[in-house]
Design a protein around this ligand. Structure first.
Ligand code: ZN
Ligand code: ZN
Length: 352
């Protein structure tokens, strides 16, 4: 696979687009090449190759070889090596080499390089992640998941189970996501990702309404990694009804020097909880502090809500109007303005 030349004028071509094919099967993708001199375009249809490479699989199309011959493309293992130019892969950094090929649009060769490398070094997480990222960009969610699931069985590091869990969670497969995190914790009980596995397991459990398990997992994640304030935030959102616990968690998280963005999210939670308790002054202080940090729409809404609680209805209406100006579809702000206009501001806000 040398430089690609234009079929009309033989000038060099460059890649302009890598995209799924119209039939939407996640077994091949299209690479669009464009001639630098005559602007002619053509599409190279590329098989995805093996998701989890194995010695008996065609490097080009991923199907099983029969007597060292692919029944789909007709290549032997030696043919594929020649076709993809695999004799000159730099030994010191094959993954960096492949990523560079991917950036140049040479996806098909990049995949062949990564798959060849993974055959002898399945423990190289970076190589799996480079494939995973390529599949994610293509929008091949099924193929990506299949690869991540097969990778650990093929010798990939257990850490890939975390990526697998996240992919499953994103698809709403919460039970399977929980299992992926459990598998990770079984395989590496003191691994570097265990706090993340527990926190994510908590999120999956929460999505399945298994609140006690979620709480236990958040607590354990925080114990393991007290400075990771994202774990607190998920925990706080789970136990909002329990104001004492939630406020205690917020203070604990704020003591960990979170990023301004995270600090703002924590202060928004604080404002929300105080507003639920009809404590307008505390709710306003927290919302103002959050708004100073992030100028977020939520902080602004919470400011308006706190002002309404304090009976400062004109200011409350101003804040809500500002929210709507930034976010015309904000139903909460629209409802708030209606209540304020109807003169129901203070009372109804409290009972929210
Ligand atoms: Zn041309
Ligand atoms: Zn083949």
């Amino acid at each position: 696979m040398g430089p690609v030349k234009c079929q009309s004028c033989r000038s060099l071509c460059e890649v302009t687009r890598i995209a799924p094919l119209a039939d939407e099967a996640e077994t091949a993708f299209g690479v669009t090449w464009r001639c630098a001199s005559c602007a002619e375009e053509f599409i190279d249809i590329c098989p995805l190759g093996p998701l989890v490479p194995g010695p008996g699989l065609c490097l080009n199309c991923g199907v099983s070889l029969v007597d060292d011959c692919c029944m789909d493309c007709g290549m032997s293992a030696g043919d594929a090596e020649l076709f993809f130019g695999l004799w000159d892969i730099p030994e010191n950094d094959p993954v960096g080499y492949a990523v560079n090929l991917l950036n140049l649009g040479r996806a098909r060769r990049a995949l062949a390089v990564l798959n060849t490398h993974l055959l002898s070094a399945p423990e190289d997480a970076d190589a799996w992640m480079a494939k995973s990222e390529f599949l994610r960009q293509l929008g091949f969610a099924d193929a990506r998941l299949q690869m991540l699931r097969g990778a650990t069985a093929a010798g990939a590091p257990a850490a890939l189970l975390i990526s697998c869990g996240i992919a499953l969670f994103e698809r709403g497969q919460f039970e399977e996501a929980m299992q992926a995190y459990r598998d990770y914790l079984d395989r590496e009980p003191s691994g570097e990702w265990r706090a993340v596995a527990m926190g994510n397991l908590g999120n999956a459990a929460k999505s399945l309404d298994r609140f006690e398990l979620a709480e236990t997992m958040y607590q354990r994640a925080i114990d393991l990694a007290p400075s990771e304030t994202a774990f607190y935030l998920n925990y706080i959102r789970l136990v909002r009804e329990d104001a004492v616990l939630a406020l205690e968690l917020i203070e604990g998280a704020l003591e960990q020097h979170p990023t301004p963005e995270m600090r703002s999210l924590l202060l928004e939670e604080k404002s929300f909880i105080y507003a639920e308790q009809q404590n307008g002054l505390q709710a306003l202080a927290a919302a103002e502090a959050a708004f100073l940090l992030s100028s977020s729409i939520t902080a602004r809404y919470l400011k308006g809500r706190a002002l309404a609680l304090l009976g400062r209805l004109d200011e409350a209406r101003q804040e809500m109007n500002a929210v709507l100006a930034n976010d015309p579809g904000n139903v909460d702000a629209a409802r708030a303005i209606k209540m304020l206009t109807d003169g129901l501001g203070k009372g109804l806000f409290g009972a929210n």
